[in-house]
Every structure is written in C-alpha cells, then in structure tokens.
Design a protein. Structure first.
Length: 154
C-alpha cells in the first residue's frame, strides 16, 4: 500500500505542477503557428482553470488508488482496472459535460485547454509506473510448482 501511495503522489504532483506550463507552451506555440499561416482575423483563446486541474488530479488519485486496491483484491482484469488515467479522463469529460462547462466552446479550445493536462497525466503515469509495476509483474511471472506433470501426448 505504501508503494501505491508513493506512486499516486508522484503522478498527481507531477501532473499538478506541469499541467499549466505545458498548456501555456502548447497554446503559445499554436498561436505562433496560426500567426504564420493565417495572420489576419483569427481569434484563438485557451483557458485552464486551476479548479479543473485540482478536480482532475483528485479524480486521478482516487482512480489510481482504486486500481491498486482492485489489483490486490481481485487480480489484474484487463479493461476494468488497468487504465486509471483513461478512466479519469472519461470521468472528467463527463463532469465537464454535466456541469455545462463545454456548452458553447469550440473543439480547439477544448483540445488546447485540457489535452495537455491529460497528456501530462498519461506520460507521468507511464514514467513512474515502471518502478511501481515491477513488483506486480514479478508476482505474475513466478511459476509455482503445484506437482502436476504434463501428459506425454500433449
């Protein structure tokens, strides 16, 4: 449980600290690209509210901990508990739709405001999962001798 807490803290703090700078960098690069391609009469804005970042990180932390709990209790089940970042992205997007935050915004606004946050969460979960999953995969790869011998015709 201690390793799951450390993994959750690493992923969530890294996502929290890097989401805003990555969003700003990608947004400014896109604005620079637009001014090179089509400099006149183009309006583009992006906005990442910190309340949305904190909410996404809270959902991410809850689903990572739930993932570790389900792996410990039920075992590894594909498509149920193997993608906590993807599940947190879907839950966060459902929250945005239900709360009415995406009502009159364009796709590029949604893409450049929230996709960098999702990307940083995914990247940091993959970076930090290498150390966290070593223990899990070592348990799965162990062969237990249960005394059964294969038949000669198999």
């Amino acid at each position: 449980m201690k390793s799951a807490l450390f993994y959750t803290l690493k992923v969530c703090l890294a996502t929290l600290l890097t989401s805003a700078p990555v969003t700003m960098a990608i947004g400014f690069a896109y604005i620079g690209l637009i001014t090179l391609i089509k400099p006149l009469n183009y309006i583009f804005n992006f906005h990442l509210s910190f309340s949305h970042v904190f909410l996404f990180v809270a959902i991410l932390a809850a689903l990572i901990m739930l993932n570790r709990y389900l792996i410990a209790k039920v075992g590894y089940k594909r498509f149920i508990n193997d993608r906590p970042v993807a599940h947190s992205i879907v839950i966060f997007l459902l929250y945005l739709v239900i709360s009415g935050s995406v009502r009159f915004i364009s796709f590029d606004y949604l893409l450049f405001s929230y996709a960098p946050m999702f990307l940083t969460a995914y990247v940091f979960s993959r970076i930090f999962s290498e150390t966290a999953k070593k223990e899990f995969w070592n348990l799965l790869n162990e062969r237990h001798d249960d005394g059964l011998k294969p038949l000669s015709d198999q």
